[in-house]
Design a binder for this molecule. Sequence first.
Ligand SMILES: Cc1cc2nc3c(=O)[nH]c(=O)nc-3n(C[C@H](O)[C@H](O)[C@H](O)COP(=O)(O)OP(=O)(O)OC[C@H]3O[C@@H](n4cnc5c(N)ncnc54)[C@H](O)[C@@H]3O)c2cc1C
Length: 280
Amino acid sequence: MESADVVIAGGGIMGCALAYQLARRKVDVVLLERETLGSQSTGKCAGGVRQQFSTEPNVRLQRMSVKMLEAFEQDTGHPADFHQIGYLFLFTQPQQVEDFRHNMDMWHRVGLTEARWVDPAEAAKMVPILNVDDVIGCTFCPTDGIASPNDVTSGYVSAARGLGARLKERVEVTGIDVASGRVQGVRTSAGDIATRMIVNCAGAWAASIGRLAGLEIPVLPYRRHIAVTGTFPALPRTTPMTVDFRTSLYFHPEGDGVLIGMSDRAEPSGFVTDVNWEFL
Ligand SMILES: Cc1cc2nc3c(=O)[nH]c(=O)nc-3n(C[C@H](O)[C@H](O)[C@H](O)COP(=O)(O)OP(=O)(O)OC[C@H]3O[C@@H](n4cnc5c(N)ncnc54)[C@H](O)[C@@H]3O)c2cc1C
């Protein structure tokens, strides 16, 4: 029977990054992906990389992520297409400004000293297509930016495989054998694997992997929408990722066009992946 020190369930960015990090520490690792690597949420995402979060652990983690992306090519030998164009948050309500004053204090305390306040006039200079009539304040962090989800995933995949990790596509995790409170093995659509450790990197499907081991994991799937325009010269490639905090509408340059996204906060949870044209 095949065996591994660690089995990873799910081959999105989380699973592939972990496979690489374990392989470089000489851990014998198998990753199982039931579709193709990076084809689900990871392959459909907007590629935004920000450190401007409201909780300290998230800010610290994202600062590490930015450092990893800055060194990605040197580490893995593959490009991440990481462009530090910054993230610009636009606020239209006094409470948002108040909340972000606390965030800004925390960001500076944990070392994100390059984050700063921007007034509406400066925001309009940074992004000339903006109407800033109702904007009362903005935060900007120049080391935030965008990276290519596909490049980063395939970079990790190649580097992990180069270090001996076994990353398998079209193999589904179908069962987890547990005895005396410990994992003994993983059942898959391509046979069993003996292991003492499985890492759940199944993203939106994390709850179903948890159930295989008798665990209830509170992760629910939500559909999100993005749209990409054709060539859009009014938005140069150096324009920051811009987010209207109240509506969640965001956009960033994508090649010569613009990528636009927004969450429908009223949408219930579900594994729906078709396009709601009315919302779009
Ligand atoms: C439209 C959109 C825009 C986004 N924009 C951003 C952004 O700008 N910035 C940002 O940071 N994040 C963004 N996200 C979120 C980001 O895409 C996800 O957080 C990230 O890709 C999750 O990675 P993952 O590896 O956890 O999940 P996934 O990429 O979904 O990988 C999980 C994998 O597990 C596999 N799997 C499930 N069950 C099994 C099983 N039983 N056996 C084997 N394999 C299994 C699935 O096939 C899947 O490939 C966006 C997401 C969307 C949809």
